[in-house]
Design a protein. Structure first.
Length: 64
């Protein structure tokens, strides 16, 4: 069974910081890191990120 990696770039909580030492952040977990947030979560807990929430595609009708 092959596990799919979580793509933080597709998560609504991922953000790029201004901090050159810790350029990647997770708003859901409240941290910044050098590595992708899913890696930090997996290393710290031994589990996959439970906060992943994919970015939704905006409804064209809501655009106006």
């Amino acid at each position: 069974m092959i596990k799919e990696r979580i793509d933080c770039f597709k998560c609504r909580y991922f953000y790029v910081t201004w901090d050159q030492n810790f350029p990647k952040g997770c708003k859901a977990m409240g941290f910044k890191s050098k590595d992708m947030p899913y890696v930090v979560v997996e290393q710290a807990s031994g589990m996959e990120c439970m906060k992943f929430d994919g970015k939704g595609v905006m409804d064209k009708a809501a655009d106006g």
